[in-house]
Design a protein around this ligand. Sequence first.
Ligand code: SF4
Ligand code: SF4
Length: 391
Amino acid sequence: MKRTRRLLQLAFLLLTVAGVFLLRANAERWCPLGGVEAIYTYVNEGNMPCSLAVSNFYILAGLVVMTLLLRRAFCGYVCPIGAISEWLRGGARRLRIPALPVHPRLDVVLSLLKYPLLAVILYFTYRTGELIFRGFDPCYALIGRHGEDITFWAYIVSAAIVAISIFIVVPFCRWFCPLAVVLNPFSWVGLTRVKRDLDACLDCGKCDQSCPMAIPVSHMPSVTSARCTSCLNCVEACPTKEEGALMWGPPRALGRSWPQMALIGALAACLTAAVAAGYVWPIPSFVQQRGEAPPDTAAVELQVTGLDCRGRGSLFWYYLDRDDMYAVEGYLKLEAWPAPESAKVNIIYDAKRASEQALKEAITEPYYDATASIWRPSPFEIEGYDSLGLE
Ligand code: SF4
Ligand code: SF4
């Protein structure tokens, strides 16, 4: 069981590293915490912090379903920080480096730290519209492309986690992870669980010693702790293999333990569905609207360069909503997918009062800034369209 889980952790880590370093993919677009950080601005303003996309919402939704089924299996099987942290303590154990004992009460107190931490992250992210946690994010520092926008503090946090992980198993996952705050309520009511047969149990305590999340398994009839990562270390460590003192599965499946492959299958299904949804329903990550939709609307889809982020999205809307000689009359709705090279843009407009040509001119022609008495050239280009170049 442990070996299978290690292989999965390694596979997910290699997949992430290959995506970031070989394919130059933006891993932030698949970070579930990004989905939490983006909710407020998306609901209130129709856009999300730069680097994020609606894929963050899909992965977050997939994770919520996964947690409702498997508790915090994401932490035990997928998360690179959890994997690296566990491996560090495993390696230290082999080198006979003793674990630092943490009193259960101190463990409870420390585990509360992540709640104010998430509150601070969300407060400043919502106020500034920037991903302020990125500057301290160990995940970003450990598997990001170094030399770009990783701060000194992210390295300090990463080094601290690495150092502590040598002596204490998964400290970040237990005490500091802001995503755990989001997942815990769903994990609390999670369907599957480790169940203990009190008659078969020898009270040897091996399950407690094997649990990376410091859950006192031998004191519970069934593990309903939100912390449980469904790692099944406890089931594997239990010496009562024949009698089966520890079993994993849904609450009513008494008498037999479900195979770990069922867990892995459900986990893979949730992740695959989340990734697929991002491609099948690519809802826009930047939306703006002016006026009420008339009975006759038309739509045009464009590929635009220079629209790589939320700030550029706002500037794009500024040009579209301009009030000079290139002003577009009537209703307008902009749906955009900001991207570094070429952004997809969908514009819905009043078919009676505007035209595709008028929209293209509004986007690409210079804007006369009457306050400064200068023409401001448009930073946007439409693929396959040459601007008039008039001033
Ligand atoms: S209770 Fe068992 S399955 Fe849950 S985290 Fe601890 S060892 Fe893993
Ligand atoms: S390892 Fe098994 S036998 Fe030992 S205390 Fe835990 S459940 Fe009981």
